[in-house]
Design a binder for this molecule. Structure first.
Ligand SMILES: [Zn+2]
Length: 77
């Protein structure tokens, strides 16, 4: 089970205990980042403004998040 899947399962259990009828859905959980980006159809002009830096409040260009973001953009566009 992916870490994200375990998180969704845990939150779903919490919601059932606390709220009862509230249900969490994560329809993109099984998609890789590039597949999700292709499916959503967001234009490069929009995605180019985003970043996922793990080290700073702006893209450092040297962390795992920045590398993945760049690789995903190059893969999709
Ligand atoms: Zn970074």
């Amino acid at each position: 089970m992916y870490g994200s899947a375990k998180f969704v399962e845990t939150i779903q259990t919490l919601l059932q205990i606390q709220e009862g009828a509230v249900r969490l859905e994560a329809p993109a959980l099984s998609l890789e980042t590039d597949s999700l980006l292709r499916r959503c159809g967001a234009p490069h002009s929009f995605i180019g403004w985003t970043f996922s830096c793990h080290m700073a409040n702006e893209p450092c260009g040297a962390c795992r998040g920045c590398y993945k973001h760049l690789a995903t953009i190059e893969s999709v566009y």
